[in-house]
Design a protein around this ligand. Sequence first.
Ligand code: SF4
Ligand code: ZN
Length: 356
Amino acid sequence: MSKPSPEVYEAGRGMDAHNSVMREIRARNDRTYDPREPTRVWLDEDNTPDGVRESLTIILNTGGCRWARAGGCTMCGYVAESVDGGTVPHDALMTQIEACLDHEREHAEKPAPLIKIYTSGSFLDEREVPAATRREIADTFADRERIVVESLPDFVARERLTDFTDMGLETDVAIGLETATDRVRHDCVNKYFDFEEFVAASGVAGDVGAGIKAYLLLKPAFLTEREAITDMKSSIRRCAEHAHTVSMNPCNVQRHTMVEELYFDSGYRPPWLWSVAETLEDTTEAPAIVVSDPVGHGSDRGPHNCGECNDRVQKAIKDFDLRQDPTVFEQVACECEYTWEEVLRRETSYNQPLAR
Ligand code: SF4
Ligand SMILES: [Zn+2]
């Protein structure tokens, strides 16, 4: 099921231009990171199929994503945070996990039932996280209720998931699908796989009793605000057939990315928070939990409205995440909604962004 692989795609099926630009942009990054420290760790709460749960989110610092080495996705700056040289050994990865457990002991009253592990790549890629490390991590969290691990569809394999399901853990794979539209995923995001592969990975997970959490990207480079909303609404509906949870990430401008280049050349504006609200409101009937966590909301580089209403709309979105009740959006209004509506009406691919 691993076709096309990142290597095959790059050599024979296009995207060379995107990849060579992305490699050049990433090469400007000269920061290095300690392989014994996690990239980030934090406590939060999340909506799961079994209800809202306290969560511990871990961003493990692995060797980084294989696809990013070829060039990678136009909005993804995570690879800039990965360790140089490709792999992080078992002991260093387990030291990172220990540091995360220390953080939890220090800041939480009791262990979180939900563990989420992201890697700036694929946790299930054994080049990033060796099988022995994966098993030890499964063992470490065996007493929790649910675990979410991030992976591209290529690496979703039965025996990699049973390491967790055999422990009695509810297990989810978080897949960065970005959009259900192959053309947009390939040409705007520069991600190599097809929707069909996501569907196949969902089948593999389902066979061992694991679930899928799909991550979608609202407003990749080159789409207008209206195109982005239309693409997101149809993506949520298509994804909800194969994932119990859909997490919509409004794009933010990360360092060392093509999106950042466009942003500095007046060619990109992150999505409006009104677009997030409109999409969530419109897709409530989709048969999945649909959530959104607008990272960097209110800042120029993150999803934002006018500056007056950002916090209020963000709060409504967070309320929606936990309650799935679209009436939360009736409580927020602001004059900038008129500007946003004009943008939807008048913005085209050659005049975007129409407003900052
Ligand atoms: S978004 Fe995912 S697949 Fe794309 S470059 Fe970043 S880590 Fe790799
Ligand atoms: Zn406003």
